[in-house]
Design a protein around this ligand. Structure first.
Ligand code: IMP
Length: 429
């Protein structure tokens, strides 16, 4: 079995969850390697819709082992809530779910810190409010960080958390006199109670995964967010705080990147973005415009926060950059059905800035802000395509649009999705 990575090539919400779900059965493990409960993975199976934000999508298949890697930041109450929701929906969750003892823990003061930073005078990113940034900040800073494995030892955990909470309270108060402050004993009691239930799932997942890959077992790496939100390679500072591109696999799981044999770049047939930051192809064309129509048809509202997503035309400059960054082998084109019945479709094939045309993606968010897209226009198609199951079932204009996306990114399109259900999928090759 091969190791595969499913990665988003845009700003997240590319419907990676569906692709992961389709590929899960042919792997022994499904592994999340970055982010935390800021992700929103929706998987539709028959009459049931599952929304996961922290657990790997693989957890819906009890015969596959699902792993939260060391690169993920874990909020214990959310972990238990998702497990409990799944069990209530009849999904069995037991020793098929593992979480790394090296994963860092999110505490309530992380969310407060984020709230104050986002509400303050500095730069607002438009984050999900789940404490992700402050937790990764503490991980890199080391003094305030707590790893999940430390919570296996209650006495050690109490001794560590007391001084951390005291200093955090002082920092929070310095940020704002209105800041909420926290009681270390209360957090300890709550988290140790959570830990009683999480304990059986905690393991040295890095070693387990390396051994599994050495034995030739298939591992499916599931990225959260999209590559343009990668902390190093995305539209910084309007990014998340982890490596959401394939760059995060090695550091976030302990499995060497060269074990990955197949990298599937997932793109939406158009673009969306939540939160702030430059978005050259955004359609700000009012309540009757195409942007709003895409939002409504594609149900483009954040899974985690419910915020309306910003919508726009497909940006081939940005996606080509991501495809190269990730070394993608192939493409999955998602939500093609959402574009049905538009008279014509546009694709940004280059940018223009200061009278110059260029085709590379700029490094800097402020440079990107000044870029204007240069569009190519393609004919649209009429009618519902959600029942198409083979390429030949698609109207010629839809096939042409998909072919053009592949051409512009220089990659074969192997999967086309025409609806949320597992069955609404065309395997092109
Ligand atoms: P954070 O990850 O909560 O710190 O938010 C940083 C940025 O990433 C914000 O613009 C969020 O809207 C965005 N973001 C975080 N997670 C997701 C996701 O799963 N999909 C799309 N955008 C996301």
């Amino acid at each position: 079995m091969a190791c595969t990575c499913v990665v988003g090539l845009q700003w997240g919400d590319e419907a990676k969850g569906k692709i992961v779900d389709l590929l899960t059965e042919s792997h022994a493990f499904v592994v999340r390697y970055n982010g935390g409960a800021n992700a929103g993975h929706t998987v539709v199976s028959g009459s049931q819709t599952f929304k996961l934000s922290l657990l790997p999508t693989g957890v819906l298949r009890p015969n596959v082992r699902s792993v939260i890697g060391n690169g993920v930041v874990v909020y214990p109450p959310r972990f238990l809530e998702e497990v409990s929701n799944l069990r209530q929906a009849g999904v069995s969750v037991g020793d098929n779910l593992l979480v790394s003892d090296r994963a860092h823990v999110i505490f309530p003061y992380h969310m407060e810190e984020e709230r104050l930073n986002e509400g303050g005078e500095g730069k607002t990113i438009g984050t999900t409010g789940r404490g992700i940034g402050p937790c990764y900040q503490d991980k890199a800073g080391r003094h305030f960080a707590v790893r999940l494995g430390e919570m296996l030892h209650p006495q050690h955990f109490r001794e560590r958390l007391g001084p951390i909470v005291e200093r955090k309270n002082r920092l929070l108060r310095a940020l704002s006199p209105e800041a909420r402050v926290f009681d270390a004993d209360t957090i300890c009691a709550d988290y140790l109670a959570c830990m009683e239930q999480i304990r059986p799932h905690v393991a040295d997942t890095s070693r387990l995964l390396r051994e599994a890959s050495d034995e030739g077992q298939g591992i499916l790496f599931e990225a959260a967010q999209g590559s343009l939100l990668d902390v190093d390679h995305g539209t910084y500072p309007y990014v998340t705080s982890s490596n959401s591109s394939t760059a995060g696999v090695w550091s976030g799981t302990g499995v060497p990147a060269r074990k990955i044999e197949r990298i599937i770049g997932v793109i939406k047939a158009y673009s969306t973005r939540v939160g702030r930051g430059p978005f050259p192809t955004e359609l700000n064309d009012g309540p009757e415009g195409i942007g709003e129509r895409i939002r409504r048809t594609g149900r483009e509202y954040g899974t985690v926060t419910g915020r309306p997503r910003r919508c726009g035309w497909f940006d081939a400059v940005a996606a080509r950059y991501s495809a190269a960054l990730n070394d993608a082998d192939e493409l999955s084109v998602m939500l093609l059905d959402v574009l049905s019945d538009l008279p014509e479709l546009r694709i940004a094939v280059a940018y223009e800035r200061d009278g110059q045309r260029f085709e590379h993606f700029p490094t800097d968010a402020s440079a990107l802000e000044q870029c204007h897209p240069i569009y190519e226009t393609l004919p649209g198609w009429k009618g519902d395509i959600s029942t198409a199951r083979r390429l030949a079932d698609l109207p010629a204009a839809a096939r042409r649009y998909v072919d053009r996306l592949g051409e512009l990114l220089g990659l074969p399109v192997t999967i086309i999705s025409v609806g949320p259900d597992r069955a609404q999928t065309i395997f092109a090759k």
